[in-house]
Design a protein around this ligand. Structure first.
Ligand SMILES: Nc1ncnc2c1ncn2[C@@H]1O[C@H](COP(=O)(O)OP(=O)(O)OP(=O)(O)O)[C@@H](O)[C@H]1O
Length: 245
């Protein structure tokens, strides 16, 4: 579904991504790991169009999307949620998700117009699928950090993506919230058939839910493979896992 070949991106001569390769098949959960500054977030921004690559190919469903603007990439079926929570704090949970659904349907949400009653069923279904039905009327800015990250996922799902990209989905979460998020990611993959690409510092989590793992260091791909292959790779052990298996 997604093939990245030899992608490069520099900032003022500094190579943040320096030959990254990645392949993601339909229905897979794929993780990108690597130390701080390895280039993971930059790579995601290249895929979703927030940044343009200097060179290389980003093929999504047989089409090179490298350098397209974010709205065009979004329309092609790629949604992203960010490391820092990105929601409308003053709107309710329902309204945040409804706005995303209406935006996907190219309709504008105006709380004083009949739009308020539009896409109600789709919004309710999405809230149900992420387990936020009980909090539909809560003000989003008052939710716990964990619930806000889940809401962000629901907003990303409003675009009806085929590929969902998550930047550190459990960052800042309590162990309980992390467990809920892991369960949610697994369910979205299994029940909706979503393809999920994420980066994450929690290595135990990565190895427990990923079908494939890509390891980055200094902008380059060291290896991509099944969790066992990655765990046994000497270069990964030395460079990233501190030499321990
Ligand atoms: N807009 C930018 N301008 C200049 N340098 C940047 C920019 N964005 C990222 N960088 C640099 O590129 C490198 C890769 O950053 P990136 O955020 O992609 O790493 P990361 O692997 O996601 O790190 P982390 O795990 O800490 O989030 C870093 O050295 C960072 O300082």
């Amino acid at each position: 579904m997604l093939y990245i070949k030899a992608v490069q991106k520099s900032f003022d001569g500094f190579m943040a991504v320096n030959g990254a390769n990645l392949s993601v098949d339909k229905g897979e959960i794929v993780a990108v790991i690597g130390p701080n500054g390895a280039g993971k977030t930059t790579l995601f921004s290249l895929i979703t169009g927030q940044l343009k690559p200097d060179s290389g190919e980003i093929i999504f469903k047989n089409e090179n999307i490298a350098g397209l603007p974010p709205y065009a990439i979004c329309r092609k079926g790629i949604s992203r949620s960010f490391q820092v929570v990105n929601i409308f704090n003053r709107l309710t949970v329902f309204e945040n998700v409804q706005a995303a659904v209406l935006s996907h349907q190219k309709k504008v949400l105006n709380l004083f117009s009949p739009a308020k009653n539009m896409a109600v069923k789709e919004t309710e279904e999405l809230l149900e699928s992420v387990g936020l039905t009980d909090k539909a009327d809560s003000i989003s800015g008052l939710l716990s950090h964990g619930d806000q990250k889940v809401l962000e996922m629901a907003i990303a799902l409003g675009n009806r993506p085929e590929l969902l990209i998550l930047d550190e989905p459990t960052a800042g979460m309590s162990p309980e919230e992390t467990a809920v998020s892991i369960d949610l990611i697994r369910r979205l993959s299994r029940e909706l058939g979503l393809t999920i690409l994420f980066c994450e510092h929690d290595i135990a989590l990565v190895f427990s839910i990923s079908h494939k793992i890509m390891v980055m260091q200094q902008g380059q791909t060291i290896i991509q493979g099944k969790p066992d292959e990655v765990r046994e790779n000497k270069q990964v052990q030395e460079a990233y896992l501190g030499g321990a298996n």
